[in-house]
Design a protein around this ligand. Sequence first.
Ligand SMILES: [Zn+2]
Length: 181
Amino acid sequence: MKCLQLILFGILLSVKLTKLELRSEENTDTTPIEGYFLCKSCGTDTLIANLIINDRISEQAISISNFTIGEEKKKFIVVQELVNPLGLKFKLITTKKAHCAKNPNSIWYPGGSWFEGFSWKVCQCPSCKAHLGWMFERSEIVARSNPVLPSDKGFYGIILDSVISESYADSLLMLDRVLRH
Ligand SMILES: [Zn+2]
């Protein structure tokens, strides 16, 4: 009987310890999300504002502007305007990570990149396949390992017009509610 009690005590203790470990893991992650950008076509999360990088400016940028999101704590975001070989203009925000469809058959193009030393491929929304922008990876990493998505040396260029910020989406929903009543 004592043996059974000891086993039960052991199980309870290990459950408690696991809970404590989980709680301490949760506590270490206290960085607040500075805002979301969603796919304009279907509303899927595309990127979080925390991961936006403002210093990755192409030498080919024809204009650079900025805007802020967030109400209490403002997040400053740089937008660069670029032109593709067809003459189409795109306003891009650059980010360390974005939610792009994983297509193992897609290939990296080394030529015609807006960013020196980087190859590119198209970024499509994983849910609705809308064109969200491009992924960029260092050409030597592409030659070595041909990754499906950019490594931590790469980045993403997301077309500002293909996404909306969550606060803007919320304000549209509010407006929709107000207009309906
Ligand atoms: Zn979408």
